[in-house]
Design a protein around this ligand. Structure first.
Ligand code: MN
Length: 134
């Protein structure tokens, strides 16, 4: 079974771009378009990795991340934050909220799959009990 990636993004154009960037990979893609849906989706689907837009309706990406980090089941799920260019100086805040990595918009479609693959590999090293098939 392929690894499952949840993409959280409210802008349809950006969502399309993120999906396109990961199209050539083997991952199963799940989608959420606001913060509350993202939380529900994570609880229900337990994705292997999350790509999280920060500016979201209902609950922003910082808040979603903090809630997930307070839940032992999701305290180590890799989260890649996606931030608008205007927030580029906000790296500390992104890391402080519990995200593991951060990419700024516009998304580099070549870089994204590399970062995702790297983080999934890292996760396996940190937690050998997940063999990538689970
Ligand atoms: Mn947004």
């Amino acid at each position: 079974m392929s690894e499952r990636i949840l993409i959280v993004e409210d802008n349809p154009e950006n969502m399309r771009l993120l999906e396109m960037a990961l199209r050539a990979t083997n991952y199963t893609l799940l989608k959420a378009t606001d913060g509350e849906e993202a939380l529900d989706m994570v609880m229900r689907e337990q994705p292997d990795l999350i790509i999280m837009d920060i500016q979201l309706p209902k609950m922003n990406g910082f808040e979603v991340t903090r809630k997930l980090r307070n839940n032992p089941a999701f305290s180590h799920t890799p989260i890649i934050a996606i931030t608008a260019y205007a927030m580029k100086g906000d790296k500390e805040r992104v890391i402080e909220s519990g995200c593991d990595a951060y990419l700024s918009k516009p998304i580099n479609t070549r870089e994204l799959p590399e970062v995702v693959a790297e983080m999934l590999l890292q996760r396996q090293k940190d937690n050998p009990s997940t063999n990538g098939n689970g």
